[in-house]
Design a protein around this ligand. Structure first.
Ligand code: SAH
Ligand code: SF4
Ligand code: F3S
Length: 445
């Protein structure tokens, strides 16, 4: 028998949905009477909430496990119990136990069973659960009691799109929407706990569908309109969206709903139709650009963000140039770009024409240079705007606070406002990744 852990630490990798899951696991363990350790290095139980999206992310788990054990040994402490959660747990399951001798393996849809699995591990029983029961976990998690100014709320999970490079449909299961009332209740609890902004999360969040209190079928746009009426909730965001699920009602919500922030993360991945077809994206370059036009018609100041993959198998230099020209056409306010990483079990991993590492590096560098230029241009164009900033935390300088503009820019300002205040500012200067603001008016939390 091992001794039961008294302290825990959750370390999340990957996307915002993992951050949300990590928070919920921490709440779950706290509800069991365990206390949060300051760092992983002094916890009895370490939960590694993992990401499988690229090879590097997966390999990081194994190096982390080794490092954590080494630190405990060097400090003369008992070996900590290690639980692997998240997408690597789902994808590799028992292999992780075989390779790294961890104590618990739990997938993203079954982490409500973490306390029971820890008890199994303490008793020396096998502790692995990678079932994918849709939505089971939500009913079994404790209510939300703590929230910062900006909180995450998962409303949709899973993916049915099967892009040929991507592991998410396998690690998170089929697309599923949480029910309307569960979401509204959780949003209300988050606001009661201090949140002024909520970001609705889903692997394909704009595929959310459900029935409202009156039994009417609604999409994400309808849900956002309802949440906008929650007293105390000032801002709503959502991520990540798929171009094909961008319903007109959601686009209209960007025109109609004051609390919906003018920001849209809409991954496109590549600018060439041949590559998009090989990726199984189900949309064309032109379809994406027309969609952007419709969104901009509804909300002219909207800030756009995207995800890009360079070096998809078979991508030629000319095809990559089409990604660059798409970037020029759209003018993103910010973006994420990645080198293609072949993932075991995905169709693209077996395609001929894997791109040489040097070409990948070169393309990523050129793409990031273009995206960086556009980000600075967007920030410079924001100078002179007056807007609300949601204060999130103190800055480095005395009297300085950091917050977010409606367009998701980091803004620093000198103010005596507190965390969670909304401060009216003039944006006065622009750096590559942040803006400076001068306070005008404050609206207290
Ligand atoms: N559901 C979202 C994104 C989920 S994964 C969407 O469809 O847009 C986040 C991003 O990781 C993707 O948008 C893609 O750009 C990147 N990504 C996914 N699989 C990848 C792979 N095998 N190699 C490199 N990047 C990948
Ligand atoms: Fe992955 Fe494509 Fe699904 Fe996004 S839409 S999660 S990239 S399979
Ligand atoms: Fe990674 Fe899983 Fe999110 S693979 S990006 S943690 S859905």
């Amino acid at each position: 028998m091992k001794s039961a852990p008294k302290t825990f630490h959750v370390k999340s990798f990957g996307c915002q949905m993992n951050v949300y899951d990590g928070e919920r696991m921490a709440e779950l363990m706290a509800a069991q009477g365990m206390s949060a350790a300051g760092t992983a290095d002094d916890a009895d139980l370490i939960v590694l909430n993992t990401c499988h999206i690229r090879e590097k992310a997966t390999e990081k788990v194994y190096s982390d496990i080794g490092r954590l054990r080494k630190v405990a040994r060097a400090a003369g402490r008992d070996t900590p119990m290690i639980a692997v959660a998240g997408c690597v747990a789902q994808a590799e399951g028992a292999e992780i136990v075989a390779r790294a001798k961890v104590d618990v393996v739990v997938g993203p849809q079954s982490y409500h069973r973490l306390p029971a699995l820890v008890a199994d591990a303490v008793a020396g029983r096998p502790a692995l659960d990678t079932e994918l029961p849709a939505l089971a976990k939500f009913g079994a998690l404790p209510a939300r009691r703590r929230a910062g100014p900006s909180a995450f709320l998962t409303v949709q999970e899973g993916c049915d799109k099967f892009c040929t490079y991507c592991v998410v449909p396998y690690t998170r299961g089929a697309e599923i929407s949480r029910p309307w009332t569960a979401i509204v209740d959780e949003a209300r609890a988050l606001v009661d706990a201090g949140a002024r902004e909520i970001t609705l999360l889903g692997q394909n969040v704009n595929a959310w569908a459900g029935e409202d209190e009156a039994g009417r079928t609604r999409g994400l746009g309808g849900l956002i309109r309802a949440l906008d009426r929650l007293p105390g909730l000032a801002r709503i965001r959502y991520t990540t969206s798929h171009p094909n699920d961008m319903a007109q009602d959601l686009i209209d919500a960007h025109r109609d709903v004051e609390g919906l922030m003018p920001f849209l993360h809409l991954p496109v991945q590549a600018g060439s139709d041949r590559v998009l077809r090989a990726m199984n994206r189900h949309h064309t370059r032109d379809g994406y650009l027309r969609l952007i036009d419709r969104v901009r018609a509804a909300r002219p100041d909207i800030a756009l963000s995207g995800d890009f993959i360079v070096g998809f198998p078979g991508e030629s230099e000319a095809e990559f140039a089409e990604t660059l020209s798409l970037v020029d056409t759209v003018g993103y306010a910010q973006a994420f770009s990645f080198k293609y990483s072949p993932r075991p079990g995905t169709p693209a991993a077996d395609l001929a024409g894997q791109v040489a590492p040097e070409a990948m590096d070169d393309r990523l560098q050129r793409l990031q240079a273009a995206l960086g230029r556009d980000q600075i241009a967007f920030n410079r164009a924001s100078v002179g705007r007056r807007c609300a900033v949601l204060v999130e935390r103190p800055g480095k300088l005395p009297g300085q606070m950091l917050g977010k503009s409606p367009w998701l820019q980091s803004v620093h300002l000198m103010t005596d406002a507190s965390v969670s205040d909304l401060v009216e500012v003039d944006l006065v200067s622009a750096g590559p990744v942040s803006m400076a603001g001068i306070e005008r008016v404050r609206r207290a939390a």
